[in-house]
Design a protein around this ligand. Structure first.
Ligand code: PLP
Length: 430
């Protein structure tokens, strides 16, 4: 296959294609990729980059994995897609069985959608329909914490951090939600009264309007790459029960092993009422997400008027995506990924720790296969990107954050290649 693709028309890309969060009139440079395999991304000019991003949390098994390729190829021979209204198929059922088996007991009612943002929309609609069914149509707002990220569609955006989450731009067009202070207790610290007081106060004051609290458990991803105490989630669960609101965990980034547990909720042994999954669900092969509710929530949703859950995407439960998701979860069951993630965690910790003594560095933190160097000032992304590519690694910083989250299959030597590139590039900012 090598070299079989025609060269990419970068001029056309520049004038006609929007990339994520970019300008169409003065776009940042993009690097043309020819292929990707294992932990390497190969550019058109033959440059081979070690992947430090897993394509935004997703490619946990690396690229071009023979088992995942085979799952898609064999499914393709049966059907690539059929509508999910009135029809069903083995890939959808098998994946739901796997998810129900992996998630805590009560979470077992699976709704498939196309992307993480949509799975968040679905969770929010479920929460609102739940309260409507119980005769509480006044409970339709959300409470969340600052520094969160839940996606770019409207309801998801409304619960993103109000500063970094485009709220001023879309004010009036977007639902207004309640925000509490972000958890300050760090991952390895206990959670005291003070740490959750603001959230408790907002729940106490507004619970009559609040359908659900939505939060990313343990790791806040794109809103700041912050890790907080699992105990916070224990208190949060108690508060939600006390004040009668549902609890939604957004595990789109953290699900499938990234934090060292299959799901981040396992750090706290807290069970939400609804959980959102995406990103690594398909091993990064295709776009697919799932919103999984407890039986209690699902049954209540369907007990009210109109007796149905009101959502149904065209490409719901796409068989190719469900098959590759089954294969990706199957792969996790065939190797000791916990040990791999632990090894990555240790290597990231020793590899990134030296950055702490740099004046431009505010904090260094590592959890599972996530390593973060937080700077004091925002980076110039295209300058930094070029420096990383020059050093043979694919690392894409944002804001004040330079971070690594490599595929779980990365060899130890390549973790050091990533870390040494981060050390050099960050040191060059001094
Ligand atoms: C990426 C992400 C989303 C949005 O998922 P998309 O597939 O990009 O729509 C939502 N929540 C979290 C925590 C995420 O990391």
């Amino acid at each position: 296959m090598q070299g079989s693709s025609a060269s990419i028309d970068l001029e056309f890309d520049r004038f006609h294609l929007w990339h994520p969060y970019t300008s169409i009139t003065s776009p940042l440079p993009v690097y043309p990729v020819r292929r990707a395999s294992g932990v390497y991304i190969e550019l058109e000019d033959g440059t081979r980059l070690v992947d430090g991003m897993s394509s935004w949390w997703a490619a946990i098994h690396g690229y071009n994995h023979p088992v995942l390729n085979e799952a898609i190829l064999s499914q393709l021979g049966d059907m690539s897609h059929v509508m999910f209204g009135g029809l069903t198929h083995a890939p959808a059922v098998n994946l739901a069985k796997l998810l129900a088996g992996l998630l805590p007991g009560a979470l077992g009612k699976v709704f498939y959608s196309d992307s993480g943002s949509v799975s968040v929309e679905v969770a929010i609609k479920m929460a609102i329909q739940y309260w409507a069914a119980l005769g509480r149509p006044d409970k339709k707002r959300l409470l969340t914490v600052r520094s969160g990220y839940h996606g770019d569609t409207f309801a998801a955006m409304s619960v993103c951090d109000p500063e970094t989450g485009m709220h001023s731009l879309f004010r009036g067009a977007m639902a207004e939600q309640y925000f509490a202070e972000a958890p300050l207790c760090r991952f390895d610290e206990p959670c005291g009264e003070d740490d959750i007081a603001d959230l408790g106060m907002k729940l106490e004051r507004h619970h009559g309007e609040i359908a659900a609290v939505i939060i990313e458990p343990v790791v806040q991803g794109a809103g700041g790459m912050r890790f907080y105490s699992p105990q916070y989630l224990v208190r949060l669960r108690e508060l939600c029960d006390r004040f009668g609101t549902l609890l939604i965990f957004d595990e789109i980034a953290t699900g499938f092993g990234r934090t060292g547990k299959m799901f981040a909720l396992e750090h706290a042994l807290v069970v939400p009422d609804i959980i959102c999954l995406g990103k690594a669900l398909t091993g990064g092969y295709m776009t697919l997400a799932a919103t999984v509710a407890t039986s209690g929530v699902a049954e209540t949703v369907c007990s009210g008027d109109p007796g149905l859950f009101m959502h149904g995407p065209t490409f719901m439960a796409n068989p190719l995506a469900c098959s590759v998701a089954c294969a990706s979860i199957g792969l996790l069951e065939t190797f000791d990924w916990q040990t791999s993630v632990k090894l990555i965690e240790n290597a990231l910790r020793s590899g990134l720790e030296p950055c702490r003594k740099l004046r431009c560095v505010h904090d260094v933190r590592v959890l599972g296969a996530i390593g973060v160097v937080e700077l004091r000032n925002p980076v110039d992304i295209s300058v930094m990107q070029k420096e990383f590519v020059r050093r043979g690694v694919w690392v894409r910083p944002f804001g004040r954050l330079v971070y690594l989250m490599p595929p779980f299959i990365i060899p130890e030597g390549e973790i050091e290649v990533l870390c040494s590139a981060v050390r050099d590039v960050v040191a060059a900012m001094e």
